[in-house]
Design a protein around this ligand. Structure first.
Ligand code: HAM
Length: 430
């Protein structure tokens, strides 16, 4: 049998309700904050990611799926969506219509990382990006929106980690101080970090190897090197979060794995997923639009890792959201013909209906209805047809009611409505 590629996975039907619920919650919430959906291709030119994420990052150095076209041009399965959204903002001249654009997108990303729990080679993100606003209010509002999103999904126990990475004016002094320190105390660094302390010393702060971690424990804090404008911007972001009652932790070594960030950088972390603890990450990238050949426009955004979010939410899903409302047990040719019509009608009305059109016994069909967790079973066979009725069984209370064949649809709908009136629902219920 041909198996899945390592690091890739199937998302099976019993999980899909949860995926859809999470995606729909994001769509409704983000749109209420003024974001509009954009869809960008999964394949882009490799140069787009090399120039935006940075040549000396793990992603570009070793994690991209890159192939030559027949003409020899290198193309890449996108490892993230921000670069593509910036490309679209420029190529489609969206900035000319209005430099302020709030965009979101959902879809698969690809990184050739070492697979482990919570880390896949194809994974899914929801991204939100704002172009054209430099104000720290928008940074804080995006973090606020993210925390609302998690609250609506009933996901708790999260921490907001925050840092400022400065700007092209103040960062060079920090880089110099950092690489000086790494030169002096760098014997314990791994070979990759020894190489990177010259090319890209900020990446050393990100290395998870114990030797490197012990060295960077004494590294200077970038927040001590911020210029006045960056310090003011960072203070304002923090003050806005406090004003909205959002707790945060300042993590001066949080640099994120992509080179395009300026000023605000943040991650939403959980203690419940082991090593892969970030469920969302983002920040400001005020120089990227210009670096990719566009006008000078500030930008800020984030991406949520959907796979990790699903892992966190899975235990809290209400089983009833994943189960059929009604199972139709139809025995015999004539009953199946009726049941065929009913199943189509009920499905059209948005009622989750299950029927397998098999010639099995009532006992076998009831067993399957039970296994699927159906709320109701509608039973019909030759006897019922002769009497002109069908039997509707409430699987929870075991109560059975006879319904006239001519009024089956109305009868089923009114019973389901009566049952759901006593059940809690709403957007924060999982
Ligand atoms: P990132 O931190 O690389 O940022 O990814 C964002 C989130 O995607 C992570 O916090 C994590 O939840 C999820 N993620 C990343 N890699 C994997 C993986 N291999 N398996 C499962 N989940 C993963 C970005 O991608 C930036 N583009 C975010 C951004 C948008 N910054 C500004 N705008």
């Amino acid at each position: 049998m041909i198996q899945l590629i390592r690091g890739f996975k199937d998302i099976l039907p019993n999980e899909i309700e949860l995926w859809k619920h999470i995606e729909q919650t994001a769509i409704t919430l983000f749109e209420s904050f003024g974001f509009r959906q954009i869809r960008v291709p999964i394949l882009e030119k490799a140069a787009l990611f090399q120039r935006s994420i940075g040549e000396h990052t793990d992603i570009v150095e070793k994690e991209m799926y890159t192939f030559p076209t027949e003409k020899g041009e290198l193309i890449t399965l996108r490892p993230e969506a921000t670069a593509s959204i910036v490309r679209a903002y420029l190529q489609q001249r969206m900035y000319a219509k209005d430099p302020i654009q709030k965009l979101y997108t959902l879809g698969p990303m690809f990184r050739k990382e070492r697979p482990q729990k919570g880390r896949y080679r194809q994974f899914y993100q929801i991204n939100a990006e704002v172009f054209g606003i430099e104000s720290p209010y928008i940074d804080a509002q995006m973090i606020f929106m993210l925390t609302r999103f998690f609250r609506q999904l009933s996901i708790t126990g999260l921490e907001v980690h925050l840092n400022s990475l400065g700007c092209p004016l103040c960062r060079p002094a920090f880089k110099k101080a950092l690489s000086g320190m790494l030169m002096e105390k760098g014997d314990a660094l791994c070979s990759e970090c020894i190489r990177r302390r010259d090319t890209n010393p900020l990446r050393v702060l990100d290395c998870k190897r114990p030797g490197c971690q012990s060295v960077v424990e004494n590294a200077p804090a970038i927040t001590d090197y911020l210029c006045d404008d960056c310090a003011r911007h960072f203070d304002r972001v923090k003050a806005c979060l406090e004003r909205m009652g959002i707790p945060y932790v300042v993590s001066p070594r949080l640099v994120r794995g992509l080179d395009y960030y300026t000023r605000t950088a943040f991650e939403i972390q959980t203690r419940e997923l082991g090593a892969q603890n970030a469920v969302a990450g983002g920040g400001r990238y005020d120089t990227l639009v210009e670096a990719l050949g566009g006008p000078s426009q500030p930008a800020v955004g984030f991406a949520v890792g959907l796979d990790r979010l699903v892992d966190l939410a899975l235990t809290k899903t209400r089983a009833s959201e994943l189960t059929p409302d009604i199972f139709i047990a139809a025995m015999g040719e004539a009953a199946q013909e009726k049941a065929f019509e009913w199943s189509c009608e009920l499905g059209r009305e948005g009622i989750k209906t299950e029927i397998d059109f098999s010639d099995r016994s009532l006992k076998a069909l009831m067993k399957r209805a039970n296994r699927l967790g159906a709320g109701y079973v509608l039973m019909v066979g030759d006897q019922e047809l002769d009497r002109g009725t069908a039997v509707l069984r409430n699987m929870r209370t075991r109560e059975q009611t006879e319904i006239a064949l001519s009024g089956v649809l109305g009868g089923v709908k009114s019973q389901l409505r009566a049952a759901s009136d006593g059940r809690p629902h709403g957007d924060s219920q999982l």
